[in-house]
Design a protein around this ligand. Structure first.
Ligand code: ZN
Length: 383
């Protein structure tokens, strides 16, 4: 997956544009609920999800999070190399698919409460979080009208060093987007890779986003989407220290109560996704882990061991472990040991990794359902 294309695009834009003078933010009465998108619709006066006494909440299925980047006209999208650019027709079809299948967008607060076991969602509606990375201007022109028309709220992860460049949303547009019920959170201050930064440098990044958004949009940033989905073993501590509640990766899977809030799964939507692919992505289930050593983002050498304690009981032959030498590629099945008694998997790093990143992907197939989890590590070449 050509995840690094985005970096090139961002660098090009940064080097070729001048920073626009920023506008000062006005303090508006903010509706923070997705319902503000369609305040006149009587349906929205009800809670987003039925709480009827006899309703049975979703327990085994978690919340899917979609990760979008850009939505362009079909003609433009086809010409662009960037795999994360979606055509307007495909985007509309995806949103209509969600509507037809009774998905309702939830707020970050509802998502947080669900992950902490304080809120459940009830049929017939299914919860979903729709996110957009980078804060591209085309959100405003192409995605925003479709979302509003279909009563879906989005979460935008922006990086303030780009805000105001002509290809990116300006603060005035962001204020309007926020007022209509969408949420604006952080995506780094500079969109630089975090995995090469010290804890102090990351603290600076995370604080700078908060200061900038607090000044312009008058709210506290509490969530981040890791730039390029990449982080190191200092990131979580620096985020907690800065008052963040959670962080989003680009690994596929649903999100369940009891998981690490600083490793939230998202389904990356790419242009070549057919509707079938889109539907399939939404159905990837997640494995929960109880314990992990060393922590994600640590540097691993050849022969180092990762110990993962799974939640739930599995047989060895239901499990598989893959190591991706490149980012998020599940490209090499590796040997591992597993204790059915303790639920502990031990994985030896079998080779010296040439890529900067080591992605360990564990899958479990049981009762006709496959579940998976991806873990991000750094290799020696990262340093
Ligand atoms: Zn980005």
């Amino acid at each position: 997956m050509k995840i690094f294309l985005l970096h090139r695009i961002h660098s090009d834009i940064r080097s070729s544009c001048s920073i626009l003078a920023s506008t000062s933010a006005l303090l508006f009465f903010i509706f923070h609920s997705p319902a503000a998108i369609f305040p006149d619709n009587p349906e929205t006066k009800l809670p987003a999800h039925s709480t009827a006494k006899n309703a049975v909440p979703y327990k085994k299925i978690g919340v899917p999070v979609l990760s979008y980047h850009s939505v362009y006209s079909d003609k433009t999208a086809e010409k662009l190399e960037d795999p994360f650019v979606i055509g307007k027709t495909a985007f509309k079809a995806q949103i209509e698919f969600l509507k037809k299948n009774k998905y309702k967008s939830i707020s970050l607060q509802e998502f947080y409460d669900f992950l902490n076991g304080k809120k459940y969602f009830y049929p017939p509606f299914k919860p979903i979080l729709i996110t957009f990375d980078d804060g591209w201007k085309n959100f405003y022109t192409n995605a925003y009208p479709v979302l509003n028309q279909n009563h879906y709220a989005a979460v935008l992860f922006i990086y303030p060093s780009a805000t105001g460049y002509s290809e990116f949303l300006n603060w005035k547009e962001l204020q309007k987007i926020k007022r209509s019920g969408h949420e604006i959170e952080g995506h780094g201050f500079s969109h630089e890779f975090l995995h090469n930064m010290s804890k102090e440098e990351q603290l600076g990044e995370f604080k700078n986003i908060q200061n900038s958004i607090r000044t312009k949009l008058k709210h506290d940033v509490k969530w981040i989407a890791y730039p390029y989905g990449v982080f190191n073993h200092h990131s979580q501590e620096a985020l907690v220290k800065s008052g963040y509640l959670g962080a989003f990766t680009v690994f596929s899977g649903e999100n369940l109560p009891g998981q690490n809030l600083f490793s939230i799964n998202r389904y990356l939507v790419i242009r070549k996704d057919s509707m079938q692919d889109f539907e399939k992505k939404l159905s990837i289930r997640s494995l929960l882990i109880e314990d992990l050593n060393p922590a994600q983002g640590s540097v691993l050498k050849k022969s180092d061991t990762i110990t993962v304690k799974l939640k739930g009981t599995y047989l060895k032959n239901q499990l598989n472990v893959f190591i991706g030498g490149k980012f998020i590629n599940r490209n090499k099945k590796v040997k591992f040991t597993y204790s059915e008694k303790t639920g502990q998997i031990k994985i030896n790093i079998p080779y010296r990794n040439k890529s900067e990143f080591i992605v360990v992907n564990i899958t479990a197939f049981q009762k006709g359902i496959e579940k998976e989890i991806s873990l991000l590590y750094l290799s020696e070449v990262s340093k």
